[in-house]
Design a protein around this ligand. Sequence first.
Ligand code: 8IG
Length: 276
Amino acid sequence: MADQTNPLDDPSADPFAIAAEAASDIHRLTGVEHHDIAVTLGSGWSKAAELIGETVATIPATEVTGFSKPALEGHVGTLRSIVTPDGKHVLVIGARTHYYERHGVRRVVHSVRTAAAAGAKTMVLTNGAGGIKETWKAGTPVLISDHINLTADSPLEGATFVDLTDLYSRRLRDLARTIDPTLDEGVYCQFTGPHYETPAEVQMAKHLGGHIVGMSTALEAIAARQAGMEVLGFSLITNLAAGIQKTPLSHAEVIEAGREAEPVISGLLARVIGAL
Ligand code: 8IG
């Protein structure tokens, strides 16, 4: 199927107006006027949706203004509205646009801006990523404590100065650790991908102070903060980063590690969201 035109590809369009339109599509298609929390499900995390609460509506992301088709199988292209047992409305985003798709950063952060326009005050970002800490094993979930954005790009346009101190909310990390006190944390380095790093690049990330290597979350977190949301970030370590693990990285291995960890991390995520 040919790529459909996307209003975000028009450079003169206002990305926030398009996000507002997307939020009104979500209202119309789900019947839910206001969402309290949004969560983006990355590789390995998708089973969490069923555990968060009762699904009110599932909509194909392609029905919502500005959303792109998923680039990759295993990245579910749906948006779901879920209600938790205590009545909070959670927008579950299973349709991430990655920077490496080269549709531009406006498309990368559109789901986050849409979540904000839909009312969400908390943005939970999850991903599958590579681990630099030797103590981590494939299948370990960790909290993101901070990031290093190595994309040389930003979702902010013009002279928009946004403070990123405590971007990954300490309050929310502490809250997550009340659910699982064994949760470790680390600094997330966003590379552009889609290739994995060389061992030398992983050593560079380590020397810069990084513990996690990935291809998604930093740009989204910046947009979430710009929109005034409180951010909680989780990485599932699906592999040790290149050169840290002794064997070559494979996408199949990453998918398999995600599949094995899925029941555990999904339960964790659902309990954390329940506690927000
Ligand atoms: I899953 O080792 C997953 N995503 N950059 N490096 C980067 N992204 C990843 C990796 C990794 N594993």
